[in-house]
Design a protein around this ligand. Structure first.
Ligand SMILES: Cc1cc2nc3c(=O)[nH]c(=O)nc-3n(C[C@H](O)[C@H](O)[C@H](O)COP(=O)(O)O)c2cc1C
Length: 231
């Protein structure tokens, strides 16, 4: 069975950004193992913010009244086995376009009633929306990988509410060091190879090893050469 993957990158820098440097080999790795992968950039799409009127919950259940590019994305999301969300880290979180996308997914795709399951309130997903996996891809400016903590937790939360298994994150801290290193030789090719390998693993085994994910995030340059350390 061919696995279907939908990936959305919300970086305004799109193909020229740091996030795409990691996303591209990851998606390529999944394609190499037979997955059908589609990639979208929010900057090329019209995805308006949720208007909070609950039309999709009450008046037209399951259907948003805003007829923008979400109409094209909804059937692809419903059909995909794996959702890949790629966002640069903005103020320790996802960026605005990705938040718009998440809001536009969670409410129309969920039932209007709330259930209390395993100690948590939750809108179950509507009938016919299959379950699957969620992956996060991100890059950030600061040096430490810990800067992604909130974003990882948010993505787990999104996975819970969309009834999808959060299977891990490809995180690239001190991302400003990556492109110059790639341009000046092979010093960082292993990072892209690790991203590709994560793609292979996800399709072949349904999961990605912690070692491979750590290889994507590995130290590129020492802290002291990247920032001024102040006491
Ligand atoms: C508005 C804004 C907020 C940001 N906030 C953070 C932050 O909280 N932590 C961090 O490490 N980097 C932060 N950054 C830096 C970006 O995460 C970094 O440049 C990232 O690699 C950009 O990805 P892109 O090239 O794919 O757009 C911020 C950048 C912008 C423009």
């Amino acid at each position: 069975m061919t696995l279907k993957v939908i990936a959305v990158n919300s970086s305004p820098n799109m193909e020229n950004g740091n996030t795409d440097l990691i996303l591209k080999p990851f998606l390529e790795g999944m394609r190499e193992r037979g997955a059908k992968v589609e990639l979208f950039y929010t900057k090329k799409l019209k995805i308006r913010p949720c208007q909070g009127e609950f039309h999709c919950a009450v008046k037209t259940p399951g259907e948003c009244f805003q007829k923008d590019d979400m109409m094209m994305l909804y059937p692809k999301l419903v059909d995909a086995d794996i959702w890949v969300f790629a966002s640069p880290l903005y103020v320790s979180s996802i960026n605005g376009p990705m938040k718009n996308l998440w809001d536009r997914i969670i409410i129309p795709m969920g039932e209007v009633h709330t259930v209390f399951r395993n100690g948590r309130s939750h809108h179950p997903m509507r009938e016919g929306i299959k379950s699957g996996k969620v992956v996060l891809v991100s890059s950030c400016g600061y040096w430490e990988v810990d800067n992604f903590y909130m974003l990882v937790e948010l993505t787990k939360e999104f996975g819970f509410h969309s009834e999808r298994e959060y299977v891990g994150a490809l995180l690239r801290p001190h991302a400003y060091a990556l492109k110059p290193m790639l341009d000046s030789g092979n010093q960082a090719d292993d990072v892209l190879e690790a991203a590709r390998s994560a793609g292979h693993q996800l399709i072949e085994q349904g999961k990605m090893s912690l070692k491979t994910l750590n290889d994507v995030s590995r130290e590129l340059v020492p802290l002291e050469s990247y920032v001024s350390v102040v006491e």
